[in-house]
Design a binder for this molecule. Structure first.
Ligand code: G6P
Length: 479
């Protein structure tokens, strides 16, 4: 990594993620600048990064860009170049057309291509080399998500002095599905390079431990894996969260409430607003959800003058085939339902294929009587938590899929099986018509969970565990 000259061993805490936590903004003079993107992860890690002179290694999102490391608000940002062919093979291919569907219950059929795998190995090696160059002696490195599962072991080979953590933001599949992967053993060994492998749920952590026992042959006891070289690896759940008080504060702003009122007025001031918010992804169960609502409207059970559905679906991974097909499918379903039961100026479904700033999202959450989150499989689902954080008056109702990681914490939601259309119809109706008292009881319990367990706590828990990892020779080091 030649371009890193001057940045060698410059950070005692390093985050490694596929994407940098910044967005490019156009300045009035035509030049471009960077602004931290409004994600929860960077918000949580910012203070830790700043305190340790930390670095974040990631991709800018554009192919073939060579950008020198730069500083943003006291954090070193280190761009990793990804070539056009690698964007196709490592990112769109192996990450998002092999691993993504495989890890989400094979809702779409994963494709296995050897060239994609080769590219995944090469890009993971590059990320590992960057991390090895940047990290200080005995430093702490935290690798994120399914795009970089080989980095922990690659990095350990280069830098055995480091403590390495890994967190998987998506589900980890059951043994029966994971073993389809021709490179299954390599992925497991890649992850085992970490001292701590974190998952969203205990189920996912157990899947991993069981696989390691069966496929790598290591001894395991509960959440601990004993490797042949004497090293131990801990695999356990660290359910991720959001900046809860940030969302509550946003929701409490008079301007947010004013915008929420405006949104409801634009919708014709219906009695009930139902809301869905998801990246346009086939894991999110949008067709099933829209069909369930559509049937309620078509059967006259919900009058489109009384109840409307707003679906916000920011574009995502648009060059991947399965995502293109999903977009067409959603267009068709929405068009069909609106054509069948809509009246002039009164479509039952408002569908928005774009992304919005957090202020607008908070207003939408305030405007929604029922939030409908029905993924077929989801690592966590932070939208569910954002809705809860915004409902400080303990009004509103959350319809939530059993197959979202969030359902393990938000047990008082109106839980549904998204494959059961009749069940979803009945539960949506119940969420609309339950008494305010019943809704408040549920919301209060969920709010206790979300407000207490925010993203800061998540990062703290993980990093505390990582800092106290025992080194192989019994030496206990601290940053
Ligand atoms: C999920 C993944 C993230 C990913 C995000 C957006 O939340 O867990 O790793 O960054 O989707 O997807 P994209 O492919 O645009 O980065």
């Amino acid at each position: 990594a030649k371009s890193l000259r001057g940045h060698e061993h410059s950070a005692s805490f390093v985050v490694v993620a596929n994407r940098l936590p910044v967005d490019r903004v156009q300045m009035p003079d035509g030049s471009t600048a960077w602004r931290t993107s409004p994600g929860g992860l960077v918000t949580a890690l910012e203070p830790v990064l700043r305190k340790h002179g930390g670095a974040w290694i990631g991709w800018s999102g554009a192919p073939d860009e060579k950008i020198d490391p730069f500083d943003l608000d006291g954090i070193q940002l280190v761009p990793v170049p990804i070539h056009d062919q690698e964007v196709k093979e490592y990112y769109e291919g192996f990450s998002n057309a092999t691993l993504w569907p495989l890890y989400h219950d094979v809702i779409a059929t994963p494709e296995f291509h050897r060239e994609w795998w080769d590219s995944y190995v090469a890009v993971n090696q590059r990320f590992a080399e960057y991390a090895a160059t940047i990290a200080e002696e005995d430093g702490l490195v935290w690798v994120q998500d399914y795009q970089l599962q080989l980095v922990p072991q690659m990095l350990r080979d280069l830098r055995p002095d480091l403590r390495i953590g890994f967190f998987l933001h998506v589900p980890f599949p059951p043994v029966e599905l994971f073993t389809q992967l021709p490179w299954r053993r390599r992925i497991l060994e890649g992850l085992l390079g970490a001292d701590i492998v974190g998952f969203q749920t205990t189920g996912a952590a157990q899947n991993f431990v069981r696989l390691v026992r069966q496929r790598v042959g290591s001894k395991t006891h509960r959440d601990t894996i004993y490797l042949d070289d004497g090293r131990t690896v801990v695999a356990k759940a660290f359910p991720i969260s959001i900046d809860s008080s940030y969302f509550e504060d946003l929701a409490r702003k008079p301007s947010t409430q004013a915008r929420a009122d405006e949104i409801r007025a634009s919708l014709g001031n219906p009695k009930f607003v139902l809301l869905g918010v998801d990246r346009l992804d086939y894991t999110k169960g949008m067709p099933q959800r829209l069909r369930a609502f559509g049937e309620l409207a078509q059967q006259g059970i919900l009058d489109p003058a009384d109840a409307v559905f707003v679906q916000v679906a920011p574009p995502s991974r648009e060059r991947v085939d399965q995502y293109r097909r999903l977009r067409d499918e959603i267009d068709r379903i929405v068009g069909r339902i609106n054509g069948d039961v809509g009246r002039i100026g009164q479509p039952p479904i408002t569908y928005l294929h774009s992304s919005y700033p957090r202020e607008e999202m908070a207003a939408l959450y305030r405007a929604a009587d029922v939030m409908v989150v029905t993924p077929l499989r989801d690592g966590m689902n932070l939208v569910a938590k954002e809705y809860v954080a915004c409902r400080y008056e303990e009004t509103g109702a959350l319809v939530l899929s059993e197959f979202a990681g969030a359902s393990a914490e938000l047990k008082q939601a109106y839980l549904v099986n998204p494959y059961d259309i009749n069940g979803m119809k009945a539960t949506m109706l119940k969420a609309i018509s339950d008494t305010p008292k019943e809704k408040a009881k549920r919301m209060r319990a969920m709010r206790r969970q979300v407000m207490e367990h925010d993203i800061d706590k998540w990062a703290q828990c993980f990093l505390e565990d990582l800092e106290t990892v025992r080194e192989p020779h019994g030496k206990r080091t601290r940053p």
